[in-house]
Design a protein around this ligand. Structure first.
Ligand SMILES: Cc1cc2nc3c(=O)[nH]c(=O)nc-3n(C[C@H](O)[C@H](O)[C@H](O)COP(=O)(O)OP(=O)(O)OC[C@H]3O[C@@H](n4cnc5c(N)ncnc54)[C@H](O)[C@@H]3O)c2cc1C
Length: 412
């Protein structure tokens, strides 16, 4: 198979145009092309009047090797990469004691799934509730301003990513195609197959709920166990080796291998790990606000007369500004056709984030506008000084919003 990159065609091209474009790029008659599939489809909207679709295509011809040799100097024609994921081991029997994954967010879900697929029968401990119960608690915060500190936008099955835009792309280079494995597992669990090909795939909140449930069912079918409302409050590292875990309800669990997939919000667990001497370093992060515009305004600005075209969907944007003071201000996690939601997990503090459904057809576009901060901005030298910094601003936001988990808002 050959992979053709950067095949550009107008937005409304007809069915035969792809085959003709492949033949042109390879300099062969169309009859030499046995079959082709779309590996990726994106668009170039830098000129709103001439928006182009940009394809990566996997093509089978009568003689791939000869064509590869002929085009060896053309970087747009390469051998199709092998994107299969090969698990490093397959255990002949389960491990004793069993490996434990703490947290069932995206990291814990995939750690658990891979361990289960390798025959290692993991135990997964999640402090929050199964995703449907958790959805009820989350709506209680949004509608009745009632926060459950253990079951909310951050904590529970699916982790912080469940109530989200479900954006599945990142800017991290992925030479081993691990991202493909992630997308394939999502599709196996019921996500729309188009996420395998479009360049900025997303699932949306409501579909994620079912996807997460089916992935958990797969882990259990393969011999894994998932325990909800099971908060880890201590680790036993007697003699410098992992020995076991203690849970908030008094249970303890013997294990030699723990994957901590506890995410960004488990501040109580960070404190416990610090106090137990686990190595940690402070890291820079970004802080800011959410900004909203009517989605049609963004669509027209980006797509001109093509605004609303079904292949383009709701438009996104990305902005960055580097100040003379050395800081960068940039847009982040832009949610086309979405909503701004309260994403708090601690009483008396407000954080916001963006969320959307698969259709992305809400009235507004929203985006985070953030500025980078570093440990030099944090109060004191403790390794968790960044958490104190976050709490300070979250408390101010809570007070300014009226103390009801509403975010303070203003026109800009
Ligand atoms: C509203 C919102 C929208 C977002 N939108 C996107 C998006 O569109 N695309 C994107 O890529 N990212 C998005 N993000 C960010 C994304 O959700 C996170 O990057 C991602 O969830 C991190 O995954 P994780 O598994 O590392 O941690 P988390 O998702 O935070 O999961 C950690 C899990 O561990 C559990 N846990 C913590 N401590 C313990 C303990 N002591 N014992 C037991 N369990 C514990 C928690 O309950 C939680 O379920 C969004 C986040 C939010 C809040």
């Amino acid at each position: 198979m050959l992979r053709l990159l950067e095949v550009r065609l107008p937005l409304d091209h007809d069915e035969n145009a792809l085959r003709a474009a492949i033949a042109r790029a390879l300099r062969v008659p169309p009859s030499a092309i046995r079959s082709y599939t779309i590996a990726r489809r994106g668009y170039d909207a830098r000129k709103p009047d001439r928006i182009m679709l940009v394809y990566a295509l996997d093509v089978a011809t009568r003689d791939d090797a000869r064509l590869l040799a002929r085009h060896r100097h053309d970087t747009r024609i390469i051998a199709s990469p092998d994107t299969r994921y090969l698990p490093p081991v397959h255990a002949s029997r389960p491990m004793h004691p069993r490996p434990v994954v703490v947290g069932l967010g995206p990291a814990g879900l995939f750690a658990g799934l891979l361990l289960a697929q390798m025959g290692l029968c993991p135990i997964i401990l999640e402090r929050g509730k199964p995703v449907r119960e958790r959805t009820r608690d989350t709506f209680a915060l949004w509608r009745r301003k009632a926060l459950n500190p253990e079951s909310n936008v951050q904590f529970g099955e699916g982790g912080a990513g469940t109530f989200s835009d479900g954006k599945l792309h990142s800017q991290i280079s992925d030479p081993h195609h691990y991202g493909r494995k992630v997308l394939e597992e999502f599709v196996r669990a019921g996500a729309p197959p188009e996420i395998l090909t479009i360049s900025k795939p997303h699932i949306g909140t409501f579909r994620l709920v079912g996807v997460v449930e089916r992935m958990r069912a797969t882990i259990e079918e393969l011999g894994g166990e998932v325990h909800f409302e099971s908060r880890v409050i201590d680790i036993d590292r007697t003699g410098g080796a992992m020995r076991g875990l203690t849970l908030a309800d008094g249970r303890s669990l013997e294990t030699r291998h723990v994957i901590l997939a506890i995410g960004h919000s488990a501040r109580d667990t960070f404190v416990m790990l610090r106090d137990r001497g686990v190595f940690m370093e402070p890291k820079p992060f970004s802080i800011g606000l959410r900004i909203e515009h009517p989605q049609p305004l963004i669509d027209r600005a980006r797509f001109g007369r093509h605004a609303g075209h079904p292949l383009l969907g709701a438009a996104d944007y990305k902005l960055a500004h580097h100040t003379t003071g050395g800081r960068s201000v940039y847009s982040f996690c832009m949610c086309p056709g979405g909503t701004v939601v309260a994403a708090a997990s601690e009483p008396g503090r407000v954080v916001t984030n963006g969320m959307s459904q698969y259709s992305r057809n809400e009235r507004n576009a929203n985006s985070a506008i953030v500025v980078g901060v570093t440990p030099a901005d944090f109060p004191g030298n403790d390794v968790l000084a960044g958490v104190a910094f976050q709490r300070h601003w979250e408390e101010r936001a809570f007070a300014l919003g009226g103390g009801t988990y509403e975010a303070p808002a203003q026109r800009l």
